[in-house]
Design a protein around this ligand. Structure first.
Ligand code: CU
Length: 309
């Protein structure tokens, strides 16, 4: 899906919501019944918009495909629609860089070797510990037989989840986005870190990231991320993976993954300070969000806890 059509959808959603609010206020002013504020009014159903799915970013899909299934999109399963994430690496060493090797097995029982480029890469890989610390976002390399290797930085002891995000470019899964994951244990004395409290600000490398938006589970909402430095708006964001910000969020407790896509079109090395997202988080609770952006050739990763009601 292009940025243009995504933007159009968002504009449509905002317009519909704005209309509804005005309508509700008008009815209330006329002394109408409580029904006027019923959230089931036409135009309020953001969840039905095609771009609502948190991890679905391929909209040129086949008819009949189910973009609305949240269970299939939380990234917690190792298999979906005949595709399976396979790895023999159930245990990984602590405290040093290590490779995580895996394959995606297709419905035909063979490793998939053909993947579509999405956000500049054929495979996106994430690692997170069960307490939502230690986030890593990597782009593994594939050998000819379909074996991928993700070069992980040092891991702390504990229980980890490894996610592969990809779209096959042939077979029954062609054009469909998958996020599959497996757990891995890192032996040693695991010291869980309490999740930082929900907030709207985060600091990283001298930058301040501010998040604006009311988030409700299962409903798409506009969300704005603003980036400043030394109190001044940042306007020199460089493209990173075809966007000005890459945003991944993990749910406290079960490590469900949501991938949010900026709607702001990319145009050279002068992005910012405001980035618009279509935020769709499938479950209520706390989400640890990792926002990655690039300036001066350097990648920054800000982490912020979001409360979703
Ligand atoms: Cu990636």
């Amino acid at each position: 899906m292009s940025f243009t059509s995504r933007f159009t959808l968002r504009r449509h959603g905002l317009a519909a919501a704005g209309t509804t609010v005005v309508l509700a206020l008008t009815l209330a002013a006329c002394g109408s019944s409580k029904d006027s504020s019923d959230s089931s009014m036409p135009g309020m159903d953001h969840g039905s918009m095609p771009s609502a799915s948190a991890s679905s970013h391929s909209m040129d899909s086949m008819p009949g495909m189910d973009h609305g299934s949240m269970d299939a999109d939380d990234g917690l399963s190792d298999a979906k629609d005949g595709y399976e994430l396979m790895s023999s690496a159930g245990e990984l060493p602590a405290g040093r860089a290590t490779g995580y090797t895996f394959q995606v097995m297709g419905p035909d029982g063979k490793p998939v070797t053909g993947f579509a480029v999405d956000q500049a890469k054929r495979m996106h890989f994430y690692a997170i510990r069960s307490d939502l610390t230690g986030f890593q976002h990597l782009h593994p390399t594939m050998a000819g037989d379909g074996t991928w290797t993700a070069d992980l930085s040092a891991l702390e002891p504990g229980s980890w989840r490894m996610y592969a995000s990809f779209a096959p470019d042939s077979g029954t899964g062609k054009g469909k986005d998958f996020v599959l994951s497996r757990t891995a244990t890192v032996p040693g004395d695991a010291k869980p870190t309490p999740l930082p409290a929900a907030t709207t600000n985060a600091e990283v490398d001298g930058y301040t990231v501010t998040v604006k938006g009311e988030l409700t589970a299962g409903t798409a909402h506009p969300m704005t991320v603003s980036i400043s430095k030394d109190g001044k708006p940042v306007t020199d964001l460089q493209p990173y993976l075809d966007t000005y910000a890459h945003l991944t969020a993990f749910h406290e407790g079960d490590q469900a993954l949501a991938h949010l896509h900026p709607e702001t079109a990319v145009n050279g090395d002068h992005g910012g300070p405001d980035l618009s997202f279509h935020a769709m988080l499938p479950k209520p609770g706390n989400w640890r969000m990792f926002l990655q952006f690039r300036t001066g050739g350097k990648l920054h990763t800000a982490a912020v806890t979001l409360r979703v009601s």
